[in-house]
Design a protein around this ligand. Sequence first.
Ligand code: 5GP
Ligand code: ZN
Length: 115
Amino acid sequence: MTEDCIFCKIIKGDIPAKIAYRDDFTVAFYDINPQAPHHLIIIPHKHIETLNDLHEDDSELIGHMTQTAIKLAKQLNIAEEGYRLVINCNADAGQSVFHIHAHLLGGRRLQWPPG
Ligand code: 5GP
Ligand code: ZN
């Protein structure tokens, strides 16, 4: 937990969010400013600022986040149509919250390359 981190506060329940899934390692909630019909944010409980700060022993955690995303995509019925799982890292990628998170986006045809 880091005092001034929005996502740590969501995990703790200090900031309300529409939680879609929670287990001992991850929390998934609906993005406040959705960019697709389905837009969820998947975060680890552990406060890690960016992808660059991941340690080798966090690999299992990232695997768990990915498995959570797949489970949610299936529950949302977007697994077959298709979806995108995105982790933005630092300024050029547009990262705005510095607690590592994966965006799960689906429910419409997504553009490539991204803007
Ligand atoms: P980033 O730009 O860092 O990759 O993504 C941060 C995401 O978190 C954005 O899509 C933004 O809409 C979302 N977000 C920021 N603050 C909150 C919040 O307080 N609640 C929820 N549910 N989403 C948030
Ligand atoms: Zn945090």
